[in-house]
Ligand binder design. Structure first.
Ligand SMILES: [Mg+2]
Length: 370
């Protein structure tokens, strides 16, 4: 509209032939009258409103629906995907976490974050079926951390080969990606670099470093439901209790938790991602929800578990399953859950997960990572 105003000023006699014309294709639930009112409310200059998905003279289509974008491109039009990222749950992933980029092949092999991305896409399909006009879906953004000249082209090729729903790729030439996370509205940042993840957490973002099992068997990770497993202390919760355990031992830790049973723990680095999953779960049908969350903690169910459950209640958050292992190894339980991603702050639990064929994400936060 601003460009049009300049053009009118420069060429007052052009009779409108040189102006940008905007046609709204009404694919929402509003009637044409309601839509016209909205357009007038915002003072927009729209050439016209049409029904259907096509306007044959269009130079560019913008859709929030990726299927419509693909359809328009297939018919030879220029088209782009528009995502209201303030509504979306944006997951920023380093290309080296999504694909094995050390491969010389044109189309690279799936990496540690690949099954997680596929499962998020399945959730998006359910969300779009229920809410075709909503942009509250997972939005996956790729940070190209490969500096070779053909890297971006190779990534596009791989995204196409694996039919991944990724519209945004940022190639930042080896620069630190953390300053971009705010602009990208990252709800979660997954990478292969501990220092980057640490810095992101310091800046208030949920972040983790991806670890693949020794052998990634994709067939084990069915796309639905999306299964996300979290450790408790220093992941969903702050590291206050882990600090007591580390500095004073088990007895002191149990006493500490009993004394503070009614005082909720502070939030941890991954709480905001758990909240985002909860928000999407509420939009989906509970009986057949395509998202499932798990708490897998070394705490015991009674003495130290009580504070955890009271804390979650005070936040209005809950897990679909809780596993209080009382110090037992996490690997066997995780093997049964087979999560698309498991977050933990302690390397020994990450290693145990890897030994059991689990994709783990290390959260470099708290006393165990100082
Ligand atoms: Mg922990």
């Amino acid at each position: 509209m601003t460009v049009n105003a300049h053009l009118r000023e420069l060429y007052p006699d052009a009779n409108g032939w040189n102006l940008c014309k905007i046609i709204v294709l009404n694919d929402c639930t509003l009637t044409a009258v309601q839509l016209t009112e909205r357009i007038q409310e915002h003072g927009l200059q729209i050439e016209g409103i049409r029904s259907g998905d096509e306007w044959p003279e269009a130079k560019l289509y913008l859709f929030t629906d990726v299927v419509k974008v693909k359809k328009a491109i297939g018919k030879g039009f220029e088209a782009a995907h528009v995502c209201k990222t303030e509504d979306a749950v944006t997951i920023v992933i380093s290309s080296s976490a999504l694909f094995n980029t050390d491969d010389d092949q044109q189309s690279v092999k799936p990496g540690a974050a690949f099954p997680f991305v596929k499962a998020m896409m399945t959730v998006n399909t359910s969300l779009r079926r229920l809410y075709p006009d909503s942009t509250e879906v997972f939005n996956i953004v790729l940070l190209n951390d490969d500096q070779t000249p053909s890297a971006e082209e190779k990534l596009r090729e791989s995204i196409g080969t694996h039919d991944l729903e990724i519209q945004e790729i940022h190639s930042i030439g080896g620069d630190n990606p953390v300053p971009y996370l705010k602009a990208l509205r990252a709800k979660l940042y997954l990478c292969m670099d501990t220092e980057r993840a640490k810095e992101a957490i310091t800046k208030g973002f949920a972040a983790a470093v991806m670890f693949k099992p020794r052998e990634l068997i994709l067939d084990l990770f069915s796309d639905a439901p999306l299964r996300v497993a979290f450790d408790g202390d220093a992941v969903v919760f702050c590291d206050e209790s882990e600090r007591a355990m580390h500095q004073q031992g088990l007895e002191a830790f149990l006493r500490h938790e009993q004394e503070k049973e009614d005082i909720p723990l502070e939030k941890g680095p991954l709480t905001c991602f758990l909240e985002a999953l909860g928000m999407l779960q509420q939009k989906l049908h509970a009986e057949d929800c395509p998202i499932r969350t798990y708490l897998v903690t070394s705490r015991d169910a009674t003495t130290s578990g009580a504070r955890v459950m009271k804390t979650l209640k005070s936040w209005g958050l809950q897990f679909d399953e809780t596993h209080f292992l009382a110090g037992a190894p996490k690997g066997p339980v995780l093997e049964t859950i087979c999560p698309h991603i498991f977050f933990d702050d302690q390397k020994r639990h990450i290693e145990s997960a890897q030994e059991h064929g689990i994709i783990a994400a290390h959260v470099p936060y708290g006393i165990k990572n100082e």
